[in-house]
Design a protein around this ligand. Structure first.
Ligand code: SF4
Length: 481
């Protein structure tokens, strides 16, 4: 079973990771094919909606309003969920959330759990934490099962095994499920997974889930999925433990009308998800006997406090920005060194890590704006990327980065440009210094040392013999005679 996680302290920068992954032609082919298919399906179901732009705007407004009053809606959710028989737990960070879930699993008396796909549990490395105390977690989403059995890492927030093709999946199942004669048709693979998982659904008494939406008005939780494994995990176990980031709350039941149209169309190109499960607390004759929900901050309130980056929290994890991103489509998700890859990962990951790591991610973008165009809740990702780049530069100029040549050059330029005397002196010195480098045509085509980077791709025109200011002053002196 896969227990590997992204370790922020050890992952290479995006640029380094991307360079080696670009050599994996099979992975790149798989990613391009899968994202092309999803984008094609999305286009059909989005184009048929005459009010798509109004829906996007409604989604944006609901999220903006909720984030402005997040404390109120979270309290309302806690009150209503508790009234309905749920138990609400609060976690400040990933370690606390993991400890709470592990404790609850132990209390349930089970040494196994069945899990629905949840990026939040990936974010906190839950499987590894559970395994450390002797609890086996079974992923039940097909893609997550492939990742788990292949000892791999997710590369997409909706389709975590998007980088694998059918033959590769067949090899993993053959090996891990001991099925030497397994066929490679989709039905063969689905049947193998179904047989493997069915026994777990019926035997394991504790379920773990994430959440797509938390409804403040009712205390209800909503999970959307396509395979029915989620419905099994939410209804068959005796204990259900849900973990959700605090930003998942929405004010009213009615708001689902907007999000349950935006999400499936953007995520998988479906008009609606085949399974939309909504449950509120516990019921004496139906579903789990005990229900716990862990509401996790893990740096989200810090993002909330940042006016320009706050919109990051509006994300409904549809993955549309990943599918369209020209950078993600070339490198795949692993280059981002985080469970959140692509444009959303480039803005979310460094913020979740409070800018202590992931500083290279805001640069993993050409700023083409395609992510903003497709985002169902209109998150202006390029704007946040630029804001984060600014933060990285500020961080750099305050720390050891202050000694790097670029930062020193910028400081020197600032000194020159803020003093007329120094600026004029620099112009005179520049004219003298460039003399041996100017060719007969009046161009500098080569510069020595670090400056050589500039002339590698461009030539520099020689400085004029006389600046406009000098000419003007001379002219004034002449006119005055
Ligand atoms: S940022 Fe927008 S497009 Fe990207 S995953 Fe989130 S909601 Fe979807």
């Amino acid at each position: 079973m896969s227990l590997i996680t992204f370790d922020p302290a050890r992952v290479p920068t995006f640029q380094v990771a991307a360079k080696s992954l670009l050599g994996d032609t099979q992975m790149r082919k798989n990613v391009r094919h899968a994202t092309d298919v999803i984008q094609g399906k999305r286009k059909i179901v989005v184009d048929e909606m005459p009010d798509w732009q109004q829906l996007r705007e409604s989604g944006r407004q609901i999220k903006e309003h909720t984030l402005k009053h997040l404390d109120h809606y979270l309290q309302q959710f806690e009150e209503n969920c508790t009234k309905a028989g749920g138990v609400v737990h609060w976690a400040r960070d990933a370690a606390e959330a993991r400890a709470i879930v592990i404790d609850l699993v132990k209390q349930s008396g089970s040494n196994e759990v069945i899990k629905i796909k949840s990026m939040t549990t990936e974010e906190i490395g839950l499987n590894k934490g559970l395994e450390a105390v002797g609890v086996h977690a079974y992923e039940t989403d097909l893609a997550e099962l492939i990742i788990q059995m292949g000892n791999d890492l997710p590369s997409h927030i909706v389709v975590p095994a998007l980088h694998k093709n059918r033959q590769q999946i067949r090899e993993i199942f053959k090996r891990e499920m001991n099925l030497p004669n397994l066929g490679d048709k989709p039905a063969d693979l689905a049947e193998a997974a179904r047989t493997f998982l069915r026994e777990k659904f019926l035997r394991v008494k504790t379920g773990v889930s994430g959440a797509n939406f938390l409804i403040a008005e009712t205390g209800g939780v909503c999970v959307t999925e396509s395979e029915g494994n989620g419905r099994m995990c939410l209804t068959l176990p005796e204990t259900l433990i849900t973990i959700a980031g605090v930003e998942k709350v929405i004010p009213r039941y009615q708001d689902l009308e907007v999000f349950l149209q935006l999400l499936p169309r953007s995520a998988t190109g479906e008009r609606m998800n085949p399974y939309n499960s909504i449950w509120t607390g516990v019921h004496p004759t139906d579903g789990p006997r005990s229900f716990h929900i862990v509401l996790m901050d893990n740096a989200r309130t810090k993002i909330l406090a940042d006016d320009e980056a706050r919109q990051t929290l509006a994300c409904i994890r549809c993955g549309a920005c990943q599918n369209i991103c020209p950078v993600y489509r070339q490198t795949g998700g692993h280059a981002y060194g985080s469970v959140y890859a692509g444009p959303i990962g480039a803005i979310l990951t460094p913020q979740l890590q409070e800018m202590h790591s992931g500083q290279s991610l805001p640069y993993a973008s050409s700023l083409c704006g395609a992510c903003y165009e497709v985002c169902p809740v209109k998150i202006n990702i390029p704007e946040v990327l630029i804001h984060l780049r600014h933060k990285v530069v500020e961080q750099d100029t305050q720390g050891f980065g202050a000694l790097n040549p670029e930062a020193l050059a910028m400081k020197a330029m600032a000194m020159l440009f803020t003093s007329e005397r120094r600026f004029r002196a620099a112009q005179r010195m520049g004219r003298m210094a460039e003399r041996p480098l100017v060719n007969k045509a009046g161009w500098v085509t080569w510069l020595p040392g670090l400056l050589g980077g500039w002339t590698q791709v461009r030539d520099l025109h020689e400085m004029p013999r006389q600046t406009f200011r000098e000419w003007f002053e001379q002219r004034g002196a002449t006119d005055g005679k």
